[in-house]
Write a protein of this length. Structure first.
Length: 74
């Protein structure tokens, strides 16, 4: 049996399950000299995905982020 593809992301997000059951894909977006932590939500276990949302723009004076690891707290 071939697995079903639910979504295709160019961003390669890190997926987390929130306490409410919603999935959240987190990724770092870089455009030129700007970087931004963004999220893609899913409320139906990954069958459909919402709009990409900007969460935070880390300051560049301390350096650049190399990626993100996700932690979920209750």
């Amino acid at each position: 049996m071939k697995p079903e593809v639910l979504a295709w992301f160019d961003e390669r997000p890190r997926l987390v399950v929130l306490p409410c059951g919603k999935l959240l894909g987190l990724y770092l977006n870089r455009e030129g000299s700007q970087q931004q932590l963004r999220a893609i939500p899913s409320e139906d276990t990954g069958k459909t995905w919402g709009d990409h949302q900007a969460l935070v723009s880390p300051p560049l004076d301390e350096g650049r982020w190399g990626g993100c690891e996700s932690l979920v707290d209750s």
